[in-house]
Ligand binder design. Structure first.
Ligand SMILES: [Zn+2]
Length: 59
């Protein structure tokens, strides 16, 4: 598990009732900019289902 990017989290609060597309976008950006959470298999599936490449988590 990497370090939390607190600044990124402050700027990217997840919507209250996010659509699947919003969640996919959030997790995609999150994995690129923050390493506080691993990209789990279910998140990887969500990203692929919404047309994203699965990024390597930030170190
Ligand atoms: Zn994070």
């Amino acid at each position: 598990m990497g370090k939390i990017n607190a600044e990124w989290h402050r700027a990217h609060v997840m919507a209250k009732n996010p659509t699947e597309a919003q969640r996919a976008e959030w997790h995609y950006e999150h994995a690129l900019h923050c390493g506080c959470r691993a990209v789990t298999p279910s998140i990887a599936e969500l990203l692929k289902a919404n047309g994203y490449k699965v990024p390597r988590p930030a170190a």
